[in-house]
Design a protein. Structure first.
Length: 62
């Protein structure tokens, strides 16, 4: 999952900080999702916000 999340972020041309801000979470929280996605999962509300910030479907990243 972490590679898919990172790929979508890069495709959107956004930094981790920008995605975090748009999703309403801390940059550190977003970094954890991207770096350790096998063990750290956001709740559904946050996952939807991240997907919206990246302009993709939740299924594309999680």
């Amino acid at each position: 999952m972490n590679e898919r999340l990172k790929a979508q972020r890069k495709k959107a041309g956004l930094t981790q900080k920008q995605v975090a801000k748009q999703a309403g979470i801390t940059e550190r929280a977003y970094q954890r999702y991207e770096a350790m996605a096998e063990t750290v999962f956001p709740d559904v509300r946050i996952a939807k916000k991240i997907a919206k910030a990246l302009g993709c479907l939740i299924e594309d990243i999680f």
